[in-house]
Design a protein around this ligand. Sequence first.
Ligand code: PXL
Length: 286
Amino acid sequence: MSTPRVTAIHDLSGFGRCSLTVALPILSAMGVQCCPLPTAFLSTHTGGFEGFTFLDMTKEMPRIARHWKELALRFDAVYSGFLGSARQIRVVEDFIRDFRGDGVVVVDPVMGDGGAVYRTYTPEMCEGMARLAEQADVITPNLTEAALLLGVPYRELPAGAAGLRAIVERLSLEGRRSVVLTGASLAPGSTGALCFDAATGRTEAVQTRRVDRDFHGTGDVFSSVLTGALVRGAPLKEAARAAAEFVRACAERTAAENLPMREGVDFEPLLGLLTGPASAISDDSL
Ligand code: PXL
């Protein structure tokens, strides 16, 4: 198999381990080439730091896309995440249309967490994100983002296992799009994802032990491992299992070290876990 190639459309935040500083090393460790298309360049991410800088890349992005078109570049996946402006969302939509080929389009509809919308996201951006997500083969929302995509208040999301299943099925656009709902807990002490696979029409859960602390950037770690596993040929549920197990391993290590939430998970020493065959990632040895 030739080396799979992914383009990652996320911001570059210099400090705080999220988006491209997570996607690049994770995809590389998985044996996947990652070509970044930065949406913004920040000094840190926006969660828990004051005074961060923010350079919007909206103007540069179509120029990069034009050059890549001239080079006739092809990608096995287009993988998008945190976006920098409402106008930029149109650029990403055009990019997906031009470059999707027969690859997989993974849209992580990054908009918020814990019931709150991220500071740089406007209502117009959230509407644009919902539109962008319609082009995806796979979306990876957390519960906050699921509420925004469905246009329901976070507190009014249906609860319990049946409620989570209803959310995932509503987000599937009548079965046309795969959905991996993250942060889905089906029992006390467990967490993971609930997956609707458009290829099989089935909704299945993957669950791991829950680590009782939250860390920044775990959604980006999850979606990056998921994307890497998908382009390596894993079925959706196996890709989600690998992602959930890797996030758990990272969160356990980071909690044991008692690192600050805003610095993200200490994933670098664990990258070796991702270098073997895809099946090894889901091994309980993690
Ligand atoms: O992890 C999501 C994310 C990505 N990029 C930036 C962010 C956030 C969440 O706060 O601020 C810049």
